[in-house]
Design a protein around this ligand. Structure first.
Ligand code: CA
Ligand code: CA
Ligand code: CA
Ligand code: CA
Length: 317
């Protein structure tokens, strides 16, 4: 039997903050045209069937000519919950995309969700925030210096973005993703041999912490209009070590290769219910730590403890 000291050590390690909800995949520039109708953003929660009350997805312009910091579109996710696997897919059209989303995934279809022209394909930021109080046309960077000076949310949860590295003298493109707890896919990772820079079409985040942002094409035998799509073998930026299960495919509404589904009772977001989760609930007992509040009723108590115990060992294989 493990001693309490080693249990504490495990719990301590587990308490390095892990976002309870994050972006897992996005297709911002599908092969062919038009873009609108085939773009998507996929997010995943640690808890199955998690209410997204107060969560918003927002698109933020970064182009000098488009007023850096302009809110391009904003989607209120408050009336939705993630699926049993933790996934929620936001789509901007009803046309079939391949592969079909998993049956457990919540699919939200809002025609022209990312505007009638789709998400920007140049310098652009996409963010997941809580408590958004702005609207399309709001400006989060009023003096266009690249630093957010008009905070229109209560919490920045996750984000991604990149510049197109294509500005005239005196111009300046802005990316806000690192200020929003996300990642900026740097131009140095996106150079062609001739020195020009490509812009990603798709970004995929894996649970092992790795990320790929790449140009997208159609898989051999696929239909350019509906996919399946795959990441380029040449125009791609990789951060970390991609899972060996990754086969380049874009997977809207399906777990990314190597990723695990959400599991009830997983408090520290490693998709396994074990002593670390049990200890975190015990240490927060009587409080309101959101991650430890397994049943999301506002208090950490025996009801949460029981869910952890009943699911003990789940997801750990
Ligand atoms: Ca500013
Ligand atoms: Ca996916
Ligand atoms: Ca866990
Ligand atoms: Ca509770």
């Amino acid at each position: 039997m493990r001693g309490i000291a080693s249990l504490l050590a495990i719990a301590g390690l587990a308490w390095t903050a892990t976002a309870q909800v994050r972006i897992t995949e996005a297709l911002v520039n599908p092969p062919g045209s038009p873009d609108a109708g085939r773009e998507f953003i996929e997010i995943q929660s640690c808890k199955p069937n998690f209410s997204l009350q107060g969560y918003w997805l927002i698109g933020i312009d970064g182009e000098w000519l488009f007023n850096p910091g302009n809110i391009h579109w904003a989607i209120d996710l408050s009336s939705y919950s993630t699926g049993a696997n933790g996934l929620l897919l936001v789509r901007d059209g009803t046309a079939v995309l391949q592969p079909a989303p998993a049956a457990e995934t919540t699919v939200v279809t809002i025609v022209n969700a990312f505007t009638a022209a789709g998400m920007g394909n140049d310098s652009y930021t996409v963010a997941l925030v809580r408590g958004f109080t702005g609207a399309p046309g709001s400006d989060i960077d009023t003096n266009d210096d690249g630093t957010i000076d008009n905070v229109l949310w209560t919490e920045a949860v996750h984000a991604f973005g990149w510049t197109d590295d294509d500005v005239a003298a005196g111009e300046f493109d802005a990316i806000y993703s690192t200020q929003l707890n996300g990642v900026d896919i740097q131009p140095t990772l996106r150079r062609r041999a001739d020195g020009t820079t490509w812009e990603p079409d798709v970004i995929i985040f894996f649970q092992n912490g790795s990320i790929i942002a790449a140009d997208a094409g159609t898989v051999s035998g696929g239909d350019p209009a509906v996919g399946p799509y795959q990441t380029s073998n040449t125009n791609r930026a990789i951060i970390g070590t991609l899972p060996s299960a990754f086969n380049r495919q874009v997977t809207p509404g399906n777990l990314n290769p190597g990723d695990k589904p959400a599991v009830a009772g997983d408090v520290n977001c490693d998709r396994c219910v074990d002593d670390a989760d049990l200890l975190q609930v015990l240490f927060n007992f009587g409080g309101n730590d959101a991650a430890s509040d397994v049943n999301s009723d506002g208090v950490v108590d025996d009801a949460d403890l029981l869910i952890v115990l009943f699911n003990f060992g789940n997801g750990c294989q």
